[in-house]
Design a protein around this ligand. Structure first.
Ligand code: GCU
Length: 351
């Protein structure tokens, strides 16, 4: 199996599972009663199968809450045959690592950002493009439309043994800085901005006026605090739950992107479900998406209020200047027929 991981040229970063990382993760999985290798683990007492799900968010984040509830509902609807054990806070590693773990079966599921999947199938890049989605509402409609995303979601099964189940919103992503408020791309000049591990997002940082630096999510706080980076871009909930507001108090509403997280599952595990259990799984996931989207709206407002309380400031920007700066990216990056077909379908569905 070829597994291409993103290795930025600009940075000597931690990649894939080093020896220490592997030992730590094996110990964590062993402690929870899970085995390594493929297949799921015993619930510890019951006869059901508990799927381990790797997440890089805190226990207060909408994704953790919705996934925990998904697990409880699944256990109930399958009469205890299937459950989910969510590991938050990057306990099992950064997304680049947990993606590989879901592929080889050392965990059953993970939430990964679209940027991670872009490195396995460049068609995913289309949905990571600034301007792909006009709103969270449109995004959720499209991500639940099999005519648009069905083939894409199945595209990693043969090569990676990974099935994409569906998407959670990452909300609108905006820029924030340790230096000062941003109004136009010129304000980011000379600032090193953390981006996710994606060539598109490196180019996006340049278009926003900054110099892109790819880093794993869990390294952003320290990066901002130590001055390795001056800026980052994310949604309000991550800004607050990861405490980035403490070290980068200037949040500017560039709203340059509506981002997507995906629930991925090891395909062998998915295929081992009975038809009824698979239906229960799909229903549980649909309910989790709905809950997640509702929590998203609530928590976004709360995150802004809480970050302000903690000393952060929020400002509107010159939206037209940022739109203009980003406008060349689709032509530069959507180069294959499948990417342009997907782009047309996604844009066409939004009128
Ligand atoms: C969001 C997203 C994560 C992603 C993170 C990042 O928080 O939900 O999946 O890892 O952004 O910027 O890395």
């Amino acid at each position: 199996m070829t597994f291409r991981s993103f290795t930025p040229r600009s940075l000597n970063r931690r990649t894939l599972l080093g020896a220490t990382g592997l030992a730590g993760i094996a110990a964590t999985l062993a402690a929870c009663g899970g085995g390594s290798g493929s297949g799921a683990s015993d619930a510890g007492g019951g006869s059901g199968t508990v799927m381990r799900l790797a997440l890089n968010q805190t226990e207060t984040h909408p994704s953790f809450i919705a996934l925990e509830n998904f697990g409880a509902a699944l256990e109930e609807s399958t009469g205890g045959a299937w459950g989910i054990d969510v590991f938050p806070n990057e306990t099992l590693g950064a997304q680049q690592e947990t993606l590989q773990m879901a592929s080889n079966g050392s965990v059953e599921m993970s939430i990964v950002s679209g940027t991670q999947l872009e490195n396995l199938n460049p068609d995913f890049l289309t949905l990571n493009m600034p301007g792909a989605f006009d709103s969270i509402e449109k995004q959720m409609q499209i991500l639940q439309d099999p005519a648009i995303v069905g083939d894409l979601f199945a595209s990693l099964e043969e090569s990676q043994n990974i099935t994409v189940i569906g998407g959670f919103t990452q909300g609108e992503r905006s820029a924030y800085s340790t230096v000062g408020p941003i109004n136009t791309p010129a304000d980011l000049s000379g600032q090193k901005m953390r981006v996710q591990e994606s060539d598109l997002h490196l180019a996006m940082a340049a278009a926003l006026g900054a110099t892109g630096t790819p880093l794993a999510y869990g390294e952003v706080y320290t990066g901002l605090n130590s001055g390795v980076i001056d800026a980052a871009e994310n949604n309000e909930i991550s800004y607050f739950t990861q405490a980035h507001f403490e070290v980068a108090p200037y949040f500017s509403f560039t709203r340059h992107l509506v981002g997507t997280d995906y629930l991925i599952i090891n395909t062998d595990t998915l295929n081992s479900m009975s038809e009824e259990d698979r239906t229960a799984f799909d229903e549980g996931w649909a309910a989790a998406v709905e809950e997640h989207t509702g929590l998203w709206i609530e928590q976004t407002e709360q995150a802004i209020a809480d970050a302000e309380e903690g000393g952060a400031t929020f400002n509107e920007v010159d939206t037209a200047a940022f739109a203009e700066a980003l406008s060349a990216l689709p032509e530069e990056f959507l180069t294959s027929e499948s990417q342009t077909a997907l782009w047309d379908a996604v844009r066409g569905a939004q009128g």
